[in-house]
Design a protein around this ligand. Structure first.
Ligand code: SAM
Ligand code: SF4
Length: 369
């Protein structure tokens, strides 16, 4: 079981033709250049032959359905690395995944989110938006070093950035996966066209309920009808004007234990490609969680991804929303130097050697519980 299975429940299920997928993967062997990737492909095929299809969740199956088959092999190798990185002893020489923060502020106050922590939102140094040139510098280095996946999200609401459209356009055609998580309150026609033209592969609408009252009690500050209309508008424009778009839309709900998952799925499935619920993590005041309450095993973020906050600080993961674990700044170093640097390497080593508790807030972070 990967970390992902413990966190995400795919409410929408999909069927697939495994013989077809195996046939395509076998035909594409000769296109794979790296030795390491050939080994991963062997491993995937071995698992499929043993009827282990844990790699193929709704997310991957949606991609296969919407994308030409010549892209499948590269994609599945990437997803194997991404989903099962914690089982791997090999740390790549550059992050395969970057989570970039256009804006740290948010227009909502979801009760399970760190945006309810006043110490964070009232700290002027922690509130801001990324300069477009810094963003481009990050994207250039990531692209040149083989990062496969980028997500625009982190601590705030990305669509609050006045140049978010330009940022998305700048990523166009550079990555296997380009994703954005948004609360969908600020979607508009212009942004929808920019998203669809950019070739964004995954757009996640964070929406926790299908009932107005419940939704507005969880997405505090949002209006249910407005968000629903924005999501409908996205679907309408995509279907009418971009019929060949491979942008996959997802509704993601944080499961607070109140929602009816079946009705939630039935309602939202009409407007998006698939619906998931994620486990609610106690991370809105993570620094004050009880000492020792965190997971004990090495965190799955380490050795896979980095988060880059608006001001260029590089953090192992954005659950650390005050950036106490910062391992460097992209303003004066390269991503590669930070990734291979002492500070980050020591942290990975500590986690892998049962010393996770020596890092704060790793000692009380819910990842891995
Ligand atoms: C912090 S938000 C930032 C992006 C954007 N504002 C949004 O809501 O999608 C990123 C994702 O984290 C999720 N999230 C926030 N707090 C969470 C928690 N305590 N447990 C699990 N997921 C959470 C949100 O629902 C969202 O999908
Ligand atoms: S989950 Fe997203 S929309 Fe909600 S408060 Fe946090 S950052 Fe804002």
């Amino acid at each position: 079981m990967s970390w992902k299975d413990k966190h995400i429940t795919f409410l929408t299920k999909k069927n697939f033709n495994v013989e077809e997928i195996i046939g395509i993967l076998k035909n594409n062997y000769k296109k794979i250049e790296k030795e390491e990737d050939i080994k991963i492909l062997d491993f995937i095929l071995e698992n499929f032959t043993k009827k282990d299809f844990s790699l193929l969740n709704t997310q991957e199956l949606e991609y296969l359905e919407k994308t030409p088959s010549e892209n499948w092999t590269k994609y599945l190798i990437h997803r194997q690395k991404f989903n099962f990185c914690e089982n791997s002893e090999i740390i790549p020489n550059f992050p395969i995944y970057l989570i970039i923060e256009p804006v740290s502020a948010c227009n909502l106050r979801c009760p399970f989110c760190h945006q309810v922590d006043d110490k964070f939102t009232s700290n002027k140094q922690m509130m801001g938006q990324m300069e477009i040139n810094l963003f481009k510098k990050i994207i250039d280095e990531a692209h040149n070093n083989g990062t496969n996946a980028i997500t625009l999200t982190c601590r705030g609401e990305p669509t609050l950035h006045p140049q978010i459209g330009e940022m998305i356009e700048y990523c166009s055609g550079k990555f296997i996966e380009l994703k954005m998580n948004t609360n969908a309150t600020r979607l508009n026609e212009k942004l929808i066209h920019q998203i669809l033209k950019s070739g964004m592969t995954d757009l996640v609408f964070s929406v926790d309920s299908h009932l107005k009252e419940e939704f507005e009690s969880l997405r505090v500050g949002a209006n249910f009808e407005k968000v629903l209309n924005n999501i409908k508008l996205f679907k309408e424009i995509k279907e009418k004007e971009y019929p060949n778009s491979s942008c996959i839309t997802r509704i993601s709900g944080v499961n607070v234990g109140k929602q009816d998952p079946i009705k939630f799925k039935e309602f939202w499935e009409k407007y998006v490609d698939y619906v998931v619920m994620v486990k609610m993590l106690d991370r809105w005041d993570v620094y004050n969680n009880p000492e020792g309450s965190g997971g004990k095993e090495a965190c799955h973020y380490l050795g896979r991804s980095l988060s880059i906050y608006f001001d260029g600080s590089v953090i192992p993961c954005d659950i650390d929303y005050e950036g106490r674990l910062s391992v460097g700044s992209i303003k004066n170093e390269t991503i590669k130097n930070i990734w291979l640097g002492d500070k980050y390497t020591k942290m990975i080593f500590a986690h892998k050697n049962d010393k996770r508790d020596s890092y704060h807030p790793c000692d009380r972070c819910p990842i891995g519980t």
